[in-house]
Design a binder for this molecule. Structure first.
Ligand code: DX5
Ligand code: ZN
Length: 223
């Protein structure tokens, strides 16, 4: 299971708004909608003011899904934990530039572990912070909400950074966007150059998740 090669628009459901008491079923439902990737929000109560899941839950979910596990580490000291997440079944790991002062080393570690690597920017972090390391990654994640919670309002100013990120990484590296993505905001971020669209609330707050995924997909301009 590898992150799909750049060149396609991927709708990536975030399980943060799913029912955590039946995660395997929730993931199976979105898998049946034809998505390739699921977004796992990992929070430590330190880097962000919320706590979600760790490697034991990822390992259990791995037995129930063939989707690519796009693991968004909103944790301090990510270098201490990446090996455990890869062992648990993470296929792609994104860490925050704000959480480490050795991003190149961490990207290298992830690649040696057989995992694709992503770097993430908080809404207030300038693109310059990742300019040197972005070309070493497989995906760059631009946050369009403050990390920590689902169902927040989309921040247009933060989304505008996608244009510069795309200029830096070119067409071969994925540009992912996370926070407030729905049928209204998806076309905006795609027009800025994003190709990987995380959506939590816009999918899992709906009774018909498959229709919700299709609606976001159909709202995106054909590239
Ligand atoms: C926020 C998370 C997001 C979140 C997005 O910290 O990183 O992945 O699930 O949720 P929505 O789509 O509801 O804004
Ligand atoms: Zn996320």
């Amino acid at each position: 299971m590898r992150l799909p090669k750049a060149g396609t628009i991927e709708i990536v459901p975030s399980i943060l708004s799913a029912d955590f008491a039946k995660l395997a079923d929730e993931i199976a439902e979105i898998e049946s909608a034809g998505v390739n990737v699921v977004h796992l929000d990992i929070m430590d109560g330190h880097f962000v003011p919320n706590i979600t899941i760790g490697p034991p839950v990822v390992a259990k979910l791995r037995k129930h899904s063939n989707l690519v596990f796009d693991s968004h580490l909103m944790i301090s000291e990510p270098e201490k934990y990446v090996e455990r997440f890869v062992e648990a079944g993470a296929n792609h790991i994104t860490f925050h530039i704000e959480a480490t002062d050795k991003p190149e080393k961490l990207i290298d570690i992830l690649h040696k572990l057989g995992c694709t690597a992503g770097i993430c920017l908080n809404p207030e972090t300038p693109v310059e912070a990742i300019e040197a390391v972005a070309p070493l990654c497989d995906m760059v994640l631009v946050m369009t909400v403050e990390p920590g919670f689902g169902a927040q309002e989309f921040m247009l100013e933060a989304a505008k950074k996608i244009v510069r990120v795309r200029e830096i990484v070119g067409p071969e590296i994925r540009v992912e966007v996370d926070g407030g993505i729905d049928t209204e905001t998806a076309p905006i971020v795609v027009s800025y150059g994003a190709d990987t669209l995380v959506a939590g609330n816009a999918i899992f707050a709906k009774t018909d998740r498959i229709a919700a995924i299709n609606a976001i997909r159909e709202a995106c301009p054909v590239r």
